[in-house]
Ligand binder design. Structure first.
Ligand code: SF4
Ligand code: SF4
Length: 89
């Protein structure tokens, strides 16, 4: 299993702020099930701020669910240690 730090979710300018990524994020859904869930205070891995999705690096586990669901392909999973291999393909 790849370590969390070897990947990064990158946001682009394409985001339309639809919030689909926020609702599928497993970190978010877990928090939302808690009885004392407060959107403002919860340690969400991704949230929409000023019309754009913003990843919280600290809480994101780099699962890629948000990137797969995004309708405008605004989010991408970047493998930080395989840059050289990636260019070969
Ligand atoms: S990659 Fe991060 S922000 Fe995206 S769904 Fe997974 S945990 Fe949430
Ligand atoms: S990143 Fe994609 S899924 Fe998330 S709010 Fe932006 S457009 Fe919607």
């Amino acid at each position: 299993m790849a370590a969390k730090k070897n990947k990064k979710i990158v946001q682009s300018e394409k985001c339309i702020g639809c919030g689909v990524c926020v609702s599928v994020c497993p970190i978010n859904t877990k928090l939302e099930k808690k009885e004392d869930f407060e959107p403002e205070k919860a340690e969400l891995a991704i949230r929409v701020v000023n019309g754009k999705a913003v990843i919280e690096e600290e809480f994101c586990i780099r699962c890629g669910a948000c990137a797969r669901i995004c309708p405008v392909e605004s989010l991408s999973v970047v493998e930080l240690e395989s840059k050289a291999e990636a260019t070969a393909a």
